[in-house]
Design a protein around this ligand. Structure first.
Ligand SMILES: [Zn+2]
Length: 193
């Protein structure tokens, strides 16, 4: 992982970051289930796609249907789902979707460019694991790049909640979930403060 290079992040961060929040609000997803669960495209605990490493999308490929399904899945959980990885609709391709008050977009083939040194705790849920949440360790600031839905290059510096969401969704692309967390991102219950 590239080392974080210091500098003034504030200009670009202003566009995307939420107002400063207490760490406890870094919640991603919730235990709330859809009422018409049988129609949800979301795959849940035990589905093999959640454990698989997603494949890079060939440049320029038509992923309209996948992103449309992801948006449908996200909007079906309007209060609780701020992010989604394609694995969660059973498509093992590297696409994430983030939808918050301050950010709305799909990112194709996202990769980390760099991250800040500061680590924060983030209590996270996941719509693929209803009723389960986990205390995670996340970088406070991450910079990621990839492509938007029109295959234009994009690069975002994300802070706090948005950074936590991005890291959660990027983990999904590598087959890591709250129940099978990426090494080093998990706070065991015995160590939890
Ligand atoms: Zn998740």
């Amino acid at each position: 992982m590239a080392r974080f290079i210091g500098g003034d992040w504030s200009e670009e961060l202003r566009i995307f970051q939420l107002a400063e929040e207490p760490e406890t609000t870094g919640r991603i997803g919730s235990e709330r289930r859809m009422t018409n669960e049988e129609h949800s495209p979301i795959v849940e605990d035990g589905h093999p796609a959640l454990e698989m490493i997603a494949a890079e999308v060939p440049h320029g490929a038509d992923v309209t249907d996948i992103i449309r399904t992801m948006r449908y899945a996200q909007s079906s959980h309007p209060r609780s789902c701020v992010g989604l990885a394609a694995n969660q609709i059973g498509e093992t391709v590297r696409i994430i979707l983030i939808v918050t008050d301050t950010f709305d977009g799909a990112i194709i083939n996202p990769v980390y460019v760099r991250h800040g040194k500061t680590l924060k705790h983030s209590r996270e849920g996941c719509i693929s694991f209803p009723g389960f949440d986990q205390k995670m360790i996340r970088h406070e600031i991450v910079e990621i790049q990839g492509y938007n839905e029109d295959w234009q290059p994009v690069r975002y510096k994300l802070k706090r909640f948005l950074a936590f969401v991005a890291q959660h969704e990027m983990d999904h692309l590598d087959g890591f979930t709250l129940k099978n967390p990426r090494p080093g991102t998990f706070v065991s219950e015995t160590r939890a403060a």
